[in-house]
Design a protein around this ligand. Structure first.
Ligand SMILES: [Mn+2]
Length: 275
């Protein structure tokens, strides 16, 4: 069965974007509240969740950096919430795969806080929950693009990405990927950033194949205690996980606007504090 792994958003409405929450149920609930408030005002509100929803910190990290990491791991509750939201707001809640999520559906197993975080989480779940987890994660998108000029991915893709439609045929199981597919997926899911030139080339390629004019890649996967960072003229990473509560950021964009470079995305306007 072929499932679409990419999505083009409309040219009107509101776009909310968050990056890694890593099992933080309170942060996810806050984002859900923001989505509901926006949606009550504007029915054409889209929420893109940019992956790594699972795998919370271990006891050591919680003790060492409580301001960043002291929260209970609500990975499964968040996956169930996404499942519920996709049914409740059909076509308006979009989940994009992160490398931690990928581990549960054929990707390499991650080891940020445990030797094997995939096994550690699944060991806490019964069969039903494991099935729901894999069901939600295997239905994930790999990239979302919008006519307002943004490309949304978990990592920051390099110039091996040129056509979003090509993502549709990549199998999630790493053993089934071709060498070229592995190269695309590695950058898409695990690259922290690219040289400015590479991001620009990638955006030009994806613009040419999609007919959109993309100027900014919004990605997650990285951490920054100030709550967001820009790299070069074309990459923005808003941060939830790894920033202290007061600095956590999400993105609120106008789908009818035009964002040509990261200079068009301003802290306090498009880049907003979660709390
Ligand atoms: Mn990641």
């Amino acid at each position: 069965m072929l499932r679409s792994r990419h999505l083009f958003l409309p040219d009107h409405g509101v776009l909310l974007v968050n990056t890694d929450v890593h099992g933080n149920g309170e942060d996810f609930a806050r984002l859900e509240t923001i989505f509901r408030e926006e949606r009550a005002r504007e029915p054409e509100t889209h929420w893109v969740i940019l992956g790594d929803v699972v795998h919370g910190p271990d006891e050591g990290a919680r003790r060492e950096r409580p301001e960043l990491y002291d929260y209970p791991d609500s990975s499964m509750e968040i996956v169930d919430a996404i499942r519920r939201l996709i049914v409740e707001a059909p076509g308006h809640v979009h989940f994009v795969l992160g490398n931690h999520d990928h581990g549960h559906v054929g990707g390499p197993h991650t080891h940020k806080f445990h030797d094997d975080e995939v096994l550690a989480l699944e060991a806490t779940l019964d069969d039903g929950a494991r099935d729901r987890l894999r069901d939600v994660l295997s239905g994930a998108l790999l990239a979302v693009a919008a006519p307002c000029g943004v490309l949304l991915t978990h990592g920051s893709p390099d110039d091996s990405l040129s056509d979003l439609a090509a993502l549709d045929t990549i199998p999630l199981a790493i053993a089934e990927m071709s060498y070229a597919e592995r190269t695309v997926m590695r950058a898409l899911l695990t690259a922290y950033g690219q040289p400015d030139e590479k991001s620009r080339t990638m955006l030009e390629q994806v613009s040419a194949s999609s007919g959109l004019q993309l100027g900014v890649v919004v990605h997650g996967h990285d951490r920054d205690e100030t709550g967001f960072f820009k790299e070069g003229r074309h990459q923005l990473c808003p941060v939830v996980f790894g920033a202290p509560r007061e600095n956590r950021r999400y993105l609120r964009l106008d789908l009818a606007a035009r964002y040509a470079t990261v200079d068009d995305l301003h802290d306090g306007e498009e880049i907003r504090r979660l709390y």
